[in-house]
Design a protein around this ligand. Structure first.
Ligand code: CUA
Length: 174
């Protein structure tokens, strides 16, 4: 029976291969722990953690204003907005879309404001694999300089309900 006490002499100190694997696992734990601060300073895809509080309604208003001022087209009803180089761009996450499509220029730097209108979503830019949390109530500003051109897909990587798998957005870089 599983609730019975083990025999009094059950413990044996690890030896041989077991001891070696415990040692390797311990060393690997230290390596991974050190990689966290290392990439904080050396990584090229880190967020500065620049965030501001914003209500979902106020953020939606900024997004609409941004689109009205910068719209250059649309794709299947989704507006495409092209911010000025060096300027601000807005991206609204909500169940279940990324709004609008952003059109950026390679080599230019942008401030991308991201917030959610409802619940926690995950911004995951593919195929580069850049990942950030998108929360309601917080304007998270990413300072971003595209280094390659093409069409990039944003997928949501936080489960956000029945349409989660359809929550796909686009960033176009030319
Ligand atoms: Cu949004 Cu999953």
């Amino acid at each position: 029976m599983s609730l019975q006490c083990p025999p009094a002499d059950w413990y044996k100190a690890p030896e041989g291969a077991e001891k070696m694997w415990i040692g390797l696992a311990l060393v690997w734990c230290f390596v991974l722990s050190l990689m966290m601060p290392y990439w904080h300073f050396r990584g090229k895809q880190n967020s500065r953690g620049e965030t501001y509080s914003v209500t979902p309604a106020a953020f939606r208003e900024r997004v609409e204003r941004f689109i009205a001022d910068n719209k250059v087209g649309d794709r299947q009803g989704m507006p495409i907005a092209q911010p000025a180089p060096g300027g601000d761009a807005y991206l609204l996450a909500s169940m279940w879309s990324w709004y609008p499509i952003l059109k950026l220029q390679k080599g230019e730097t942008y401030r991308i404001h991201m917030a959610s209108a409802d619940l926690n979503h995950g911004f995951s830019l593919q195929p580069l694999n850049m990942n950030f949390q998108v929360l309601p109530g917080y304007d998270h500003v990413l300072t971003l300089t595209p280094t390659s051109s093409g069409e990039f897909t944003i997928v949501c990587n936080e489960f956000c309900g029945i349409g989660h798998h359809m929550m796909i957005g686009k960033i176009l870089v030319e």
